[in-house]
Design a binder for this molecule. Structure first.
Ligand SMILES: N=c1c2ncn([C@@H]3O[C@H](COP(=O)(O)OP(=O)(O)OP(=O)(O)O)[C@@H](O)[C@H]3O)c2ncn1[C@@H]1O[C@H](COP(=O)(O)O)[C@@H](O)[C@H]1O
Length: 106
């Protein structure tokens, strides 16, 4: 999964130098983090609506839009998706250690 996200993130980053007329991503990046964050919020609401009242396919589509817009927002703030994934990996490591610590003390 992270390969797909990293490939999409690389494409989004490359759009910084694309012709803005031809790229929706470039238009979002040119508009800045506030606009990107607003789009992310709208997409999040669409995910909530799909999750509560639409089909699985609709939910998958809205979730894909949400991930795309999260990557665009991260790019607009120059935050690498690899660093976000590292946070998740660290949390898994930490929870693993906590589980081990819990077992050792019981
Ligand atoms: N993965 C996506 C992707 N997911 C969702 N979207 C767009 O995100 C928007 C979300 O839907 P909305 O109905 O909210 O959007 P809208 O009303 O058209 O947009 P606004 O006018 O509100 O901004 C749609 O325009 C989708 O096309 C995406 N646009 C581009 N990509 C990928 O990003 C890369 C660069 O794409 P370009 O910028 O088009 O070159 C390519 O790999 C694309 O496949």
């Amino acid at each position: 999964m992270s390969d797909v996200l990293q490939q999409l993130a690389a494409t989004i980053s490359a759009r910084r130098s694309a012709d803005s007329g031809s790229s929706y991503t470039r238009q979002l990046l040119d508009a800045g983090p506030q606009r990107c964050a607003k789009k992310l919020g709208e997409e999040a609401v669409e995910v909530v609506i799909a999750a509560t009242s639409e089909s699985d396919d609709a939910l998958k589509g809205e979730a894909a839009d949400l991930l795309y817009h999260l990557l665009v927002l991260l790019e607009s703030r120059n935050v690498a998706i690899a660093d976000v994934l590292a946070v998740l990996a660290n949390r898994q490591g930490i929870s693993g250690l906590q589980e081990k610590a819990g077992r050792a003390s019981s």
